[in-house]
Design a protein around this ligand. Structure first.
Ligand code: CUA
Length: 354
């Protein structure tokens, strides 16, 4: 009897400790910057959902831990109790109903809320634009609809601020996952399927595009950039990309080259965006030390322009010993201009003949 009484008297202090710990835990949980910059309309709802989950989870965690630690302390074995067993218990219906019902209610409420958020962020706006996103080992290509012409292919993602975009995500080979952390959403790129999600960028800037599915040796280098620009800048970029695709040239839609001058092969090789050759290949002349693909200091020795150009445009035509076909992206013919491929080839021929 005396024991029971002292057990009851612990409830209030435990409750106070639990409340204080929960309050501190929630404050800590909400003050930590868990995520990178938020740059989409949908991101706001998603970040709020996260905050609500933190607020609900912390007290539950504290409750469970408090009961566990209290029980370990209070019901610990004392000297002389080695052979003692506790009283046989046949359950407590009221307690079991309560501990089943409360979690069930919390779960249903959170799921309903999450469903509403998902429903909201998937809503289509009348004027949404579309971008086809194609993943392959180990790069992304972004295709823009071009009414009356061939889709415009770009190695970098350009989006106008404030306009909803629907990504149509596809894969040429294995599973990838299209993720722009700043937009807060991601989806698998599945061979044979088109998956999608919508985003409305709210901030101009450059944000990383990441592959979030382990897809092979070059998975970690499957990174590009999403450029969110003003609608005017976007229109300009698109017009330039279109002119470039039509063979007009000089549009400056891609970082390499620029200024109307002949593109610089070494600059293309060392670019960090596309093709970013150095992230996979070693080439001492360019200071590149990648090990995903063949060491160009070795495999290009004495090779001619025809071989090198073919290796860029159709990497599968001849695969270096010890390497697999399919590791090098096959989209450079689409995403680089012919004069860029020529400049890159000329540069590599020059280096190979040294
Ligand atoms: Cu593609 Cu990981």
């Amino acid at each position: 009897m005396g024991e029971e009484k002292s057990g009851r008297s612990h409830v209030l202090p435990l409750l106070v400790i639990g409340l204080i710990t929960s309050a501190c835990g929630i404050a800590l949980g909400l003050s930590i910057h868990w995520f990178p910059t938020q740059a989409s309309e949908e991101g706001k709802d998603i970040d709020t959902l996260w905050d609500v989950l933190v607020i609900v989870s912390v007290p539950i965690f504290v409750l469970v831990e408090t009961v566990v630690l209290y029980s370990v302390w209070r019901f610990r074995m004392r000297p002389g109790e080695e052979l003692k067993d506790g009283p046989p218990i046949h359950g407590n219906t009221r307690l079991e109903v309560i501990w089943t019902a409360i979690p069930a209610i919390i779960l249903v409420a959170l799921c309903s809320y999450a469903y509403v958020v998902l429903h909201d962020i998937e809503k289509a706006e009348a004027s949404e634009m579309r971008v086809r996103v194609v993943g392959e080992q180990f790069t992304w290509t972004f295709y823009y609809p071009n009414p009356g012409g061939k889709e415009i292919a770009s190695p970098q993602l350009y989006l106008p601020k404030g306009k909803q975009v629907k990504f149509l995500v596809q894969s040429k080979d294995v599973l990838h996952d299209f993720w722009v952390p700043a937009f807060r959403q991601k989806i698998d790129a599945v061979p044979g399927l088109t998956t999608s999600y919508r985003v409305k960028p709210t901030k101009t800037g450059t944000f990383p595009v990441v592959c979030a599915e382990l897809c092979g040796l070059g998975h970690s280098v499957m990174r590009q950039s999403a450029h969110v620009v003003t609608p005017d800048a976007y229109d300009k970029w698109f017009a330039a990309a279109k002119a470039k695709a039509a063979g007009g040239g000089g549009g400056g839609a891609q970082p390499a080259g620029g200024g109307g001058a002949a593109p610089d092969g070494k600059a293309i090789f060392t670019s960090t965006a596309n093709p970013a050759c150095g992230s996979c290949h070693t080439l001492s002349d360019a200071g590149a030390t990648g090990t995903v693909g063949p060491d160009l200091d070795k495999v290009l020795k004495g090779k001619d322009a025809a071989f090198i150009q073919q290796s860029i445009e159709q990497p599968g035509a001849e695969v270096a010993k010890g390497y697999q076909d399919g590791i090098m992206p096959t989209n450079y013919k689409d995403t680089l201009q012919p004069e860029e491929i020529k400049a890159l080839t000329d540069y590599l021929v020059k280096v190979a003949s040294k």
